[in-house]
Design a protein around this ligand. Structure first.
Ligand code: 5CA
Length: 164
């Protein structure tokens, strides 16, 4: 059966992501993988791409506000430097419960969109090095192809360096 998004029977959380992509005019389709893509390394292995081309959707709390940092899988976030560049209160890693509350998605499948409310977002400048990047689509088994420019459009985010 085909759903409204034109993709056959995706999980509900991925349907929400597919709808957000369509609303932003993003044409890359959500793809369901047989292997788990819970981490950037798993996703890169399943897709046969560089780990740097995986966009991890990491949730932090800045003060009490949840924020999203779309980070290349090739490095970690330097939270101190990023908070300074972004002009926000210090960033700390959200707990699994806080991630679910802010995104409606579980760690391992957090997507850049499809959340109950849009989160203030940074897109990692390092992602511009890849003509195609892959992000999770709401579950650990779903991904979609995109670009740094599309992620900026999708999230209304800011392009900043996030790595060390
Ligand atoms: N599906 C892949 C990308 S396609 C994915 O979701 N990767 S991820 O990096 O965005 O999700 C795993 C991330 O969740 C880890 O990098 C880590 O930053 C975060 N994480 C894992 N366990 C915890 C935890 N207990 N608390 C908070 N964050 C966690």
């Amino acid at each position: 059966m085909e759903s409204a998004s034109g993709t056959p029977s995706l999980p509900t959380r991925s349907e929400q992501v597919a709808r957000a992509l369509a609303a932003a005019g993003i044409t890359g389709r959500v793809r369901e993988l047989s292997a788990s893509a819970r981490t950037a390394a798993d996703a890169a292995a399943a897709l046969g791409c560089e780990v740097g081309a995986i966009a991890n959707s990491l949730v932090f709390l800045s003060g009490e506000e949840p924020v999203l940092v779309l980070t290349s899988g090739r490095h970690k976030v330097d939270t101190g430097a990023l908070a300074d560049r972004w002009g926000r209160p210090a960033l700390r890693r959200a707990t699994p419960d806080q991630v679910r509350l802010a995104t409606g998605q579980a760690i391992g499948g957090v997507a850049p969109a499809g959340h109950p409310r849009p989160l203030p977002t940074v897109v990692d400048e390092a992602l511009t090095a890849y003509p195609r990047v892959w992000a999770a689509a709401g579950t650990p088994h779903t991904v979609f192809p995109t670009t740094a420019d599309e992620l900026l459009r999708l999230t209304g985010g800011r392009l900043l360096p996030v790595g060390p």
